[in-house]
Design a binder for this molecule. Structure first.
Ligand SMILES: Nc1nc2c(c(=O)[nH]1)N=C([C@H](O)[C@H](O)COP(=O)(O)OP(=O)(O)OP(=O)(O)O)CN2
Ligand SMILES: [Zn+2]
Length: 136
C-alpha cells in the first residue's frame, strides 16, 4: 500500500486574445463581451497550475518526474487554431490545456494521472477544470 500524493507544477505564459463567438453577430459579441471583444485584442500574463495525482513509486520516490510535467506544460504558440471557432475564454483555455496534457501523460508510463488544471487569467480570474463532463 503506497501513499497517494498530488504533484503540482506552475508555469506562466503571456498571450493575447479577443473574446469573440463566431456563432454570434458582431452586435451580440459587442454586447456580450464589451471591451474584451475589441478587434485589437488584449493580453494576459496567465498562470497555469497542473496537478497530477498518484501513488509514490517505491523505487523512484516519485509519482512522475517533474521534468516530464514541466515538458508537457509547454504552451503551444499563441495563434492556436483551436480558438478560431470557439471563444478564447479562460474556461475554454483550461479545457484545451487539460486535453493537451492528458494526451501527453497517457503516453508516459508512470503512476500519475491528471487531476486538475487551474488557470489564472488575472490575479482575480481563475478557472479550475478536473475533466468533468455535463450530462447534456
Ligand atoms: N467567464 C468569463 N468571463 C470573462 C472572461 C473569461 O475568460 N471567462 N474573460 C474576460 C476578459 O478576458 C478580460 O480580460 C478579463 O477581465 P479583466 O477586466 O481584464 O481582468 P479583471 O476582471 O481581473 O480586472 P480587474 O479590474 O482587476 O477587476 C472577461 N470576462
Ligand atoms: Zn482577456
Amino acid at each position: 500500500m503506497g501513499s497517494i500524493v498530488y504533484l503540482s507544477r506552475i508555469e506562466t505564459f503571456s498571450a493575447a486574445h479577443r473574446l469573440h463567438s463566431p456563432s454570434l453577430s458582431d452586435e451580440e459579441n459587442e454586447k456580450l463581451y464589451g471591451k474584451c471583444n475589441n478587434p485589437n485584442g488584449h493580453g494576459h500574463n496567465y498562470k497555469v497550475e497542473v496537478i497530477v495525482k498518484g501513488k509514490i513509486d517505491p523505487l523512484t520516490g516519485m509519482v512522475m518526474n517533474l521534468e516530464e510535467l514541466k515538458e508537457c506544460i509547454k504552451i503551444t504558440d499563441h495563434d492556436v487554431p483551436y480558438f478560431k471557432n470557439i471563444p478564447s475564454t479562460s474556461e475554454n483555455l483550461a479545457v484545451f490545456i487539460w486535453y493537451n496534457i492528458k494526451d501527453y501523460l497517457s503516453e508516459k508510463s508512470h503512476e500519475g494521472k491528471l487531476y486538475e488544471v487551474k488557470l489564472y487569467e488575472t490575479e482575480k480570474n481563475v478557472v479550475i477544470y478536473r475533466g468533468e463532463k455535463s450530462d447534456d
